[in-house]
Design a binder for this molecule. Structure first.
Ligand code: TGC
Ligand code: FAD
Length: 380
């Protein structure tokens, strides 16, 4: 499966972290995943269990967080997503999109109020950027903030927000005098409602909702100290990198299941595993998997050495999602009719990967980011 001793460079600390994440996944997530998915159930205690392991906000170097590398973060995301993309979504929103902006741009007041609780998984966070009429183009958002003598007053609507219905803390992006700012909202503030979006046929272990803001009064210390779109985008860099590892966990799980299935499945008198067409499909999938993982690890090294260009992240987010979708679809096909059964998990991964390919910048958006870099001409 891993043709390049990909984990060869991991330190003993990284190996120990990954061993304990793997065992957490097997003990806590595997036994419940099919039922959570079928019943569209998101259990807040999963955050608490992740917090007890100390893996939330793993790159943060304060408030008792791990202070580990982006490589470690990516490999943790990959382990979690090998069980289900929804669990990884819960993990990465909390880590990259909530704890990260509070640590980077939050006031001391906000850090003291929230970071420890988010790290322990006692509080759940969400990140509200997308709006009903502003998805791929968040700069056209209409959520607004007005400054008064003592507070900011927020009005607007966010949609498709992971964790929103169960969130205690919300990072919300809004325009003030036409410039984008980030605010840390608390469930206790008056004027917030967060209805669940029902009827999702993908990512069903992770709850998604809206955020309605009706004259929400936010203390001055709850504004993040970053101005413009680089605020949300700098958080998305980290989350997108996590996704470029995470989806490969789902792909790896599909390949492993398919390999084992083909050893047992007898077709035209012998195991499917012995057929040339099957072996060619495996060679193609394992090649794409290894190349994608090598690329994600290379970009993580750049992130750790502070030599990252955001276009590198677009390249690996787009590539990992595309290749994982191709792998999941091929595995689904190899299992024939059984490929659509919940028992083999592959169809669930495939449905999840459709969402992961869309959020945090669609395939098209990352193509256009790369196109703008290559052609020096924006074509959005
Ligand atoms: P543009 O004019 O290109 O840039 C505006 C300002 O932002 C800066 N910037 C970045 N900074 C850091 N990192 C990046 N990756 C950056 N990209 C841009 C840029 O330098 C500029 O700064 P300044 O100081 O000059 O003002 O921006 P634009 O408005 O034209 O945007 C273009 C585009 C298409 C790239 C952008 O809108 C985009 O990425 N759209 C995709 C939207 C998206 O990804 N939404 C994600 C929502 S969150 C989510 O999906 C979470 S799901 C989580 C889960 O459940 O796991
Ligand atoms: P649109 O922007 O309407 O795109 C529609 C189509 O147009 C796509 O195919 C797109 O690629 C294409 N397109 C876009 N621009 C161009 C162009 N210039 N030229 C040609 N084609 C183009 N958002 C958050 O803020 N926080 C979250 O926690 C969050 N969680 C999510 C969880 C789930 C389950 C889902 C499904 C979404 C989540 N999102 C979240 C929203 C997500 O980021 C958006 O769905 C995504 O950015 C795309 O926006 P959109 O759905 O409005 O699609």
């Amino acid at each position: 499966m891993h043709l390049f001793k990909l984990y060869g460079k991991c330190s003993s600390t990284q190996r120990a972290i990954l061993r304990s994440v793997k065992s957490f996944c097997e003990k806590e997530l595997v036994p419940r995943v099919r039922s959570d998915y079928k019943n569209e159930h998101t259990d807040k205690t999963i955050f608490k269990k992740m917090g007890d392991m100390g893996i939330l906000g793993p790159t943060i170097k304060e408030y008792g967080c791990l202070g580990e590398s982006y490589m470690t973060y990516g490999l943790i995301a990959k382990e979690i997503e090998s069980i289900d993309s929804g669990y990884r979504s819960m993990y990465s929103v909390q880590s990259s999109l909530v704890m990260n902006p509070i640590s980077r741009y939050g006031s001391l007041d906000v850090k003291e109020k929230y970071l420890e609780h988010l790290k322990n998984g006692d509080y759940v966070g969400c990140f509200g950027l997308t709006e009903p009429n502003a998805g791929s183009d968040p700069s056209s958002m209409t959520t607004v903030a007005h400054e008064t003598d003592t507070h900011y007053i927020l009005n607007g609507t966010k949609t498709w927000i992971s964790n929103a219905p169960i969130a205690d803390v919300m990072i919300v992006w809004a325009k003030m005098n036409d410039v984008i700012h980030g605010f840390v909202l608390d469930r206790e503030m008056k004027g917030i409602s967060t209805p669940k979006i029902d009827g999702k046929l993908s990512l069903r272990t992770s709850v998604t909702g809206m955020i309605y803001l009706d004259d929400v009064s936010v203390p001055k210390t709850h504004k993040l100290s970053v101005i413009g779109m680089k605020g949300p985008f700098s958080c998305l860099n980290s989350a997108r990198l996590g996704i470029s590892f995470g989806v490969l966990g789902a792909a790896e799980a599909c390949i492993q299941k398919t390999l084992s299935y083909a050893g047992d499945r007898v077709i035209f008198g012998e195991p499917l595993l012995k057929k040339q067409l099957f072996q060619m499909k495996m060679a193609n999938m394992v090649s794409e998997y290894n190349l994608a993982l090598l690329a994600a690890m290379h970009v993580a090294e750049h992130a750790d050495n502070d030599t990252l260009h955001p276009e590198m992240i677009s390249l690996v987010k787009r590539n990992s999602c595309e290749k994982s979708l191709y792998i999941a679809r091929t595995c689904r096909d190899i299992l024939g009719g059984n490929g659509i059964s919940e028992e083999y998990d592959i169809f669930r991964h495939l449905c999840n990967l459709e969402t992961v390919s869309t959020y945090e910048g669609t395939h098209d958006i990352h193509s256009l980011i790369l196109g703008a870099h290559i052609c020096k001409e924006k074509a959005f």
